[in-house]
Design a protein around this ligand. Structure first.
Ligand code: COA
Length: 157
């Protein structure tokens, strides 16, 4: 099974990395796909986000990285994927995720959305929280890997 794990990853956190590691054990090939046309104003360019992900996940063999724009389902189809992976942190994620999964199902019924629950210690995490804590000088070392923290601190200085 080829699976796509899409997201903004602005920047990737330990929560994302946890989902990547666990999904890579289920999928034959996992494509981590960085959204390039987000309505959000990203702090990092798509290339920077890709570079950080690649650096962090370099120990995992069956993984590829790509940036995409347009519809996720088109990206999945063009890359031969039969599943989209999403992480669920809390009940509050459910409504949005369910809406996306149903929309994607209408767009292509052959591609399934698989939800993986985040590990409990990362259930509170989001990229915005990490950026906010870092902006105000708080420690983010328990939230993101050192290499990403270094880049984040350079960026916001
Ligand atoms: N650990 C920590 N944080 C997590 C997480 C996890 N396991 N899973 C999600 N998050 C956080 C992210 O950091 C992000 O935080 P932020 O809002 O503070 O930046 C937030 O949850 C949601 O981000 P993400 O998972 O990156 O999703 P997204 O909403 O930015 O993008 C796409 C979701 C890319 C899948 C979706 O927008 C998409 O498919 N876009 C393409 C257009 C399309 O096809 N649209 C039709 C489908 S409805």
């Amino acid at each position: 099974m080829i699976a796509v794990y899409p997201g903004s990853f602005d920047p990737a956190t330990y929560g994302h990395i946890d989902i990547i590691e666990r999904s890579a054990k289920i999928a034959d090939k996992l494509i981590v796909a960085v959204l390039n046309n987000s309505a959000k104003q990203p702090l990092f360019s798509a290339q920077e986000r890709l570079d950080m992900l690649k650096e962090t996940c370099k120990g995992i063999d069956n993984i590829e990285f790509a940036a995409f724009s347009g519809l996720l389902i088109d990206f999945a189809k063009n890359n031969g994927a039969s599943a989209v992976i999403r992480g669920l942190r809390a009940v509050s994620d459910f409504e949005y995720e369910f809406q996306m999964a149903l929309t994607n199902k209408i767009l292509d019924e052959k591609i399934e959305t698989l939800f993986i629950s985040t590990s409990a210690q990362y259930a509170y995490l989001s990229s915005s929280i990490v950026k906010e804590v870092a902006r105000f000088g708080g420690s983010v070392s328990s939230m993101i890997p050192d290499a990403i923290e270094k880049r984040l601190l350079q960026k916001i200085r």
